[in-house]
Design a protein around this ligand. Sequence first.
Ligand SMILES: Cc1cc2nc3c(=O)[nH]c(=O)nc-3n(C[C@H](O)[C@H](O)[C@H](O)COP(=O)(O)O)c2cc1C
Length: 364
Amino acid sequence: MAWAYVDGGADGLVTLTDNREAFRRWRLRQRILTGITKPVLSTTMAQTGIDLPIALAPTGIIGIAHWRADIAAARGAEAAGTRHVLSTGSSYTLEEVGEATEQNHWFQLYPYGDRQKVGELLDRAAAAGFTALFVTVDVPVRGNREGERHAGMEVPPTLTPKRVLDVAAHPAWWWNLLRHKRVSPIHYGVGKRSLSTAVEAVRQQDRYMQSDLNWDDLAWMRDHWKGPLYVKGVLDPEDAVRAVVGIGADGVVVSNHGGRQLDSALGTLDALPAIVETLGGRGEVLLDGGIRRGTDVLIALALGAKGVFVGRPYAYALAAAGERGVTDVLNILREDMVRSMILMGCPDVGQLDRSWVLPAPVTV
Ligand SMILES: Cc1cc2nc3c(=O)[nH]c(=O)nc-3n(C[C@H](O)[C@H](O)[C@H](O)COP(=O)(O)O)c2cc1C
């Protein structure tokens, strides 16, 4: 069930697949004999200096992967010299993550209909030291994740003898789940933490979901949040311009929620070039979806992204090895990037532009 929740996508997985496939449509340029030995990876994302152009995307209810959840993710990110975006649906509170980390991280807001509740969350985020806000706009309703349902990952979860046996085969996971009870979206917590209140909190979160969310709501959030604000879930160039120029967002995250929302929407790398071109340097363009190797990061940067996020890669790492796993994933991506940039002859991620990529030859 946990695997189906993390790994799956919406409907027929067309967009989930496209997120990966889109990277195969580009090739990196290789320049020889450049003498480059130490390419520069450091950059800024969300007005924060970081050691590599990769940060951790928000993932809700990630306590299902590891009981240390968001704290392990944020600490794992800062050990690798970067940042984590804490989800509104996190397993630890803003204050708990703020206290357990050295650096200021970033907060992702699900803009629910209740402005008072949203305002309180934003104030708490600022007070707990979260410096940038990512407003996720691609979940007016939950996507149709059939894989989750088939695995019994419903509200409440459906347990069959086979699933109970499966749980029994993972005693450490089960023990930590029962002991720490970190599976609810805690900002919607209802009463004491328990498995039944976790189910109620997920229901609560669904009730807060605002399907008539509109640009006025976003403008209200822009007024309320004083730090940098990014709109996450943008796939259309006109929306990108309206967010940045019309509302005053500091940038957009080209994202389709990892293929978990509208299926048959564009893969994010396919959507990126038109958004970069239409924005023409106004606002910061970030991207997530399907980043699995350092070369993917290089392609996204060459096509105009300032930085990228990874979601599932660190969720898998959390499940496998907790905080250390998260740092390992980021370090593997960093080593990938360094090696590939030496092979390309590219000295600095700041120099990556369209001249560094070529469309893949069309096969007939
Ligand atoms: C298990 C899981 C939970 C997620 N929860 C959230 C969330 O709470 N808020 C949000 O804005 N995006 C959420 N996302 C989407 C990610 O932020 C991100 O857009 C996506 O995972 C990027 O694609 P990738 O997994 O291929 O790297 C979630 C993704 C996964 C896999």
